[in-house]
Write a protein that binds this ligand. Structure first.
Ligand SMILES: NC(=O)c1ccc[n+]([C@@H]2O[C@H](COP(=O)([O-])OP(=O)(O)OC[C@H]3O[C@@H](n4cnc5c(N)ncnc54)[C@H](OP(=O)(O)O)[C@@H]3O)[C@@H](O)[C@H]2O)c1
Length: 240
């Protein structure tokens, strides 16, 4: 039975990955920052008690990440999905073409918070679980990026923090890919498409089912030859 460790598993994209891989028989280590409030995840665990374990992990909290790594010490993990992430929102200095692009008005504390959550934590978590992944059969690390990470794309240009954090996450993918390639670990970055979650909002183009089915199909087809590559959920490769 293949295994998955995923962050931000309590809702949105993380929850749907958990659901779909559970249905396919995978063993899931589902991490979320407040298990006591993760009602949907706990309900899933009732039906899949031998396949699903829930762990407390705020991705910014090194002690919590280390505690999960300790609990899973020596256990192979076929796929690590670094999914948890946050976005900057309008009203905190963000513009979209016509609004206020002035960096003086941008919320710099939020920028740091987003970088910590969307990049630094992915580095920490990948480091903590690299041995588990390298010991598995599938050997894959997945960074959940965004189309907004693409430097070619200027849509929603004023999401400075989110866009720079996801572009940095893509760069992290390249670096970690080179680091882990000798151990046979494939490291990729993938955009889910604009998806209807709390983060994506109700007007987004895709359901979580469509987004996750698409991403899983892409991931299924990747091998070590693809390490360090940047994908869209529909199977296209995205320009950096
Ligand atoms: N939806 C889209 O259109 C879209 C497009 C491109 C990329 N993405 C990316 O997809 C990923 C998942 O987003 P989503 O759409 O599913 O958003 P979501 O519904 O807002 O879910 C975000 C998840 O991340 C978790 N999270 C946030 N900060 C965390 C922290 N410090 N520690 C642990 N967990 C934390 C949240 O946990 P809590 O419930 O505890 O807050 C939640 O589980 C993100 O990386 C996002 O950037 C989404």
């Amino acid at each position: 039975m293949p295994s998955l460790l995923i962050t931000g598993a309590n809702r949105g994209i993380g929850l749907e990955f958990t659901r779909q891989y559970l249905s396919d028989g995978w063993r899931i280590y589902a991490c979320c920052r407040a298990p006591e409030k993760a009602d949907t995840l706990k309900k899933l665990a009732e039906g899949f008690s031998d396949q699903l374990s829930i762990f407390r992990m705020d991705v910014r909290n090194g002690d919590e990440v280390s505690a999960v790594a300790e609990a899973l010490n020596g256990i192979p993990i076929d796929m690590l999905i670094n999914n948890a992430g946050i976005v900057d929102s309008y009203g905190r200095g963000v513009f979209e073409g016509k609004d206020d692009p002035d960096l003086k008005n941008y919320d710099l504390d939020l920028w740091l918070e987003i970088f910590n959550t969307n990049v630094v934590s992915q580095g920490r978590i990948t480091g903590e679980f690299a041995d588990n992944v390298a010991a598995s059969e599938r050997k894959m690390v997945v960074m959940i990026s965004s189309g907004l990470a693409s430097i070619n794309n200027t849509w929603q240009a004023g999401r400075y923090a989110y866009r720079t954090s996801k572009a940095a996450l893509n760069m992290l993918t390249r670096g970690v890919g080179a680091w882990l390639e000798p151990r046979g670990v494939t490291v990729v970055t993938i955009a889910p498409g604009w998806t209807r979650t709390e983060l994506g909002g109700p007007n987004a183009h895709y359901s979580v089912e469509e987004s996750i089915s698409g991403m899983r199909k892409v991931l299924d087809g990747l091998t070590i030859k693809d390490t360090g590559s940047y994908w869209n959920f529909n199977g296209e490769q995205l320009p950096w």
